[in-house]
Design a binder for this molecule. Structure first.
Ligand SMILES: [Ca+2]
Ligand SMILES: [Ca+2]
Ligand SMILES: [Ca+2]
Length: 263
């Protein structure tokens, strides 16, 4: 796998940002400097609901778009077809959203892309700033897993909405799966993410959106499986001391890139 951290601009921008409506089920950043983590171990690939039953993900937090069965929505019920492909340990062929068991007893939220599913597609995760203070830094970390059983590569890009909410995304990390299939494929782990400074403060009560997109890169034939595990976000008011696993992506102003990628 090739990982490509992006440089996020440290530019102070004065913009008016309207307050967003907060749904109660957003992942809550409750305390300045304290991480919130989702391990997906209770997810069984049975879809998305605003009132999730055991094994489902909350659609007020997670939205999937780009499936041939349609686009999911925040607050919607999407519990069949592409949105609910169940549990698997590795190789599958039907496109859609799965709970992949990436190690014994360790489940992750996953995707099998096809020509018409998740190509391109996106998973968007909605969080809310409930810390009581402005957030000026985000530390986003995740374990990305790949199952390279097909002769095509996929580009996975992690983005955050920095200048507007759910409308204006900046990439901060990208990984490409390997093109040529492994002879004996197994789940491969790649840690992703980093600490970045926000160009606009996220006020208390406002929302934060993290988006992971996937699209064909190279090769032909079927596509590798991807899974997201141990997703973690920490919001900070003041810059934290650099520590283990933490680095600041600094040095370049990417507002132009952000505009080109806005969608
Ligand atoms: Ca489909
Ligand atoms: Ca897990
Ligand atoms: Ca491949």
């Amino acid at each position: 796998m090739k990982k490509r951290p992006f440089l996020i601009g440290l530019m102070s921008v004065s913009l008016f940002v309207g307050a967003a409506e907060i749904a109660t089920a957003d992942i809550s950043l409750a305390v300045d400097g304290v991480a919130v983590t989702e391990d997906f171990n209770s997810f069984t690939g049975t879809g998305f609901s605003p009132t999730p039953s055991a094994g489902q993900l909350d659609s007020n937090t997670y939205r999937v778009t780009g499936l041939s069965d349609g686009d999911g929505s925040f607050g919607g019920t999407h519990d069949s077809g592409d949105f609910a492909r169940g549990t698997a340990t590795g190789a599958v062929s039907t496109g859609g959203i799965y709970s992949f068991e990436v190690a014994p007893g360790d489940f992750a939220a996953g995707v099998q892309p096809t020509g018409s599913d998740f190509n391109s597609g996106a998973v968007t995760i909605r969080l809310s700033n409930d810390t009581g203070v402005d957030l000026n830094y985000l530390d986003v970390q995740a374990d990305a897993f790949f199952f390279n059983d097909a002769d095509r590569s996929t580009r996975w890009t992690f983005e955050a909405s920095l200048l507007d909410f759910d409308a204006f995304y900046v990439p901060f990390f990208s990984i490409d799966s390997e093109e040529t299939a492994d002879i004996a494929p197994e789940w491969q782990l790649q840690s992703v993410g980093g600490l970045f400074e926000l160009p606009v403060s996220i006020a208390n009560g406002q929302q934060v959106f993290i988006r992971i997109t996937g699209e064909d890169l190279a090769g032909s034939g079927s596509r590798d499986q991807f899974a997201l595990n141990e997703f973690s976000v920490t919001g900070f008011n003041a810059v934290p001391e650099p520590g283990s696993g933490m680095f600041i992506l600094a040095g370049a102003v990417l507002l132009g890139l952000a505009r080109r990628r806005a969608c």
